[in-house]
Ligand binder design. Structure first.
Ligand SMILES: NC(=O)c1ccc[n+]([C@@H]2O[C@H](COP(=O)([O-])OP(=O)(O)OC[C@H]3O[C@@H](n4cnc5c(N)ncnc54)[C@H](O)[C@@H]3O)[C@@H](O)[C@H]2O)c1
Length: 377
């Protein structure tokens, strides 16, 4: 089959990674790297055998061999670029967040559906072997009932010009959560508090708490201002606890048998795959997440189906972030999330199968509670 003609728009920090992912895929031909900065476009294009550099999106869209465009520019430019690419009949892979508001993102989802194009947001972590295994362990019931999730995603990061630390870093945690939770375990309430020690006008450090149906609680700490980089998520279930340390050189994902009914499991001879004492490192495949992102994007286009992490999941994540922003503006007030099907907000073209996990959507609806910061913040 003829390789898919692809262009990458934005060749700063992340765009070159996407360009490499497309260049390494036998299913793709990277035809263009586009950046307002010609030096960046040129440097990234030169690393590929097939790509040319340009500063003009129009030149990319004039090339009829380009079937798909990947957008890796700053967040504020995403909606406009995605709209232009969809309008020109191209499939689009876009970096997070798809847009700066749920309403804008929803409009883009509708546009993509109306013109029958795949619109996928790069939820990179969902394509890591660790997150795939976490999802399997939760959804198979191996973890038992999920009690809590604690995530820390901090480092000395770049203060983004157009989004706060929640929309930049907590977006990863929310997309992972959306991916790993079984249907029905949707968030019901959100509280967000943040701080802006640099005085840049938006939160650079943040704490997010979510309640899930079934009384589980999720806590996420994100920061651009930490001298130490930490990428750790602990998922506690009634039977086992998973510790995902994405920076650990050898044991990124470990499982321990701790949990409320662990003793009962032992007595009843419960699952025996994991020893009942101590933590065990789970073997993970050595595949790069970005190759999975590229493969899924191409497969969705070829098979005319929504991607595994398609626009439906991005809309759910943005819905959560919007409510988190409202809570942040009220210093951590607990805000309720309406729960419903988001499928009406992510219509797919004729012939598409149902969107991924569309039965568990999050919509902005219902009253908000303003009872002040919850006691766990
Ligand atoms: N998935 C991930 O893990 C991950 C990691 C890092 C960044 N990102 C995302 O990637 C995106 C880019 O982040 P970055 O850190 O690479 O930013 P960056 O500032 O390093 O690079 C952005 C580039 O886009 C170019 N640009 C801006 N507007 C443009 C336009 N209209 N047309 C063409 N080029 C344009 C800039 O000149 C710059 O070179 C952000 O949305 C960010 O959230 C994702």
């Amino acid at each position: 089959m003829k390789p898919l003609g692809v262009a990458v728009v934005g060749a700063g920090y992340w765009g070159p990674n996407l360009a490499r992912g497309f260049s390494n895929s036998a299913d793709c031909e990277l035809r263009w790297v586009c950046d307002l900065d010609p030096a960046r476009a040129g440097a990234t294009a030169r690393r590929s055998k097939s790509a040319r550099a340009t500063t003009a999106l129009g030149q990319v869209l004039d090339d009829l061999e380009v079937e798909a465009v990947a957008v890796a520019t700053p967040a504020a430019s995403h909606a406009g670029l995605v709209r232009a690419c969809l309008g020109a009949g191209r499939h689009v892979l876009v970096e997070k967040p798809l847009a700066l508001s749920l309403a804008d993102a929803d409009r883009l989802a509708v546009t993509a559906a109306q013109c029958g194009r795949v619109l996928m947001c790069d939820h990179t972590y969902c394509y890591t072997p660790a997150v795939r295994m976490i999802r399997d362990l939760i959804q198979s019931g191996d973890l038992g009932e999920l009690h809590s999730v604690d995530s820390v995603r901090v480092n000395r990061g770049r203060v983004q010009p157009d989004v706060d630390v929640f929309w930049d870093l907590a977006h990863h945690d929310l997309s992972i959560l959306d991916f790993v939770l079984p249907d029905g375990r949707v968030p019901t309430a959100i509280s967000a508090r943040g701080s802006d020690p640099l005085g840049v006008g938006r939160a650079c450090v943040g704490w997010l708490t979510l309640d899930l149906i079934g009384s589980a609680r999720v806590q996420v700490h994100v920061s651009w201002l930490s001298p130490t980089k930490v990428r750790t998520t602990i998922l506690s279930g009634s039977r086992r606890v998973l510790v995902w340390d994405d920076l650990h050189p050898t044991a990124r994902l470990r499982v321990s048998p701790r949990g409320a009914d662990a003793i009962g499991s032992q007595a009843g001879g419960g699952p025996s795959a994991v020893p009942e004492i101590g933590a065990v490192a789970l073997p993970l495949a050595r595949t790069e997440a970005l190759s999975g992102v590229v493969a899924e994007f191409v497969a969705a286009i070829r098979e005319q189906r929504p991607p595994l992490t398609g626009v439906a999941s991005e809309l759910r994540v943005l819905a959560m972030l919007e409510v988190a922003s409202q809570s942040l503006a009220r210093d951590g007030a607990v805000m309720l999330l309406g729960i419903g099907r988001r499928s009406q907000g992510c219509r797919m073209p004729a012939g598409y199968r149902a969107p991924d996990a569309s039965s568990r959507g999050v919509t902005l609806s219902g009253p908000s509670r303003t009872t002040g910061a919850p006691d766990w913040v």
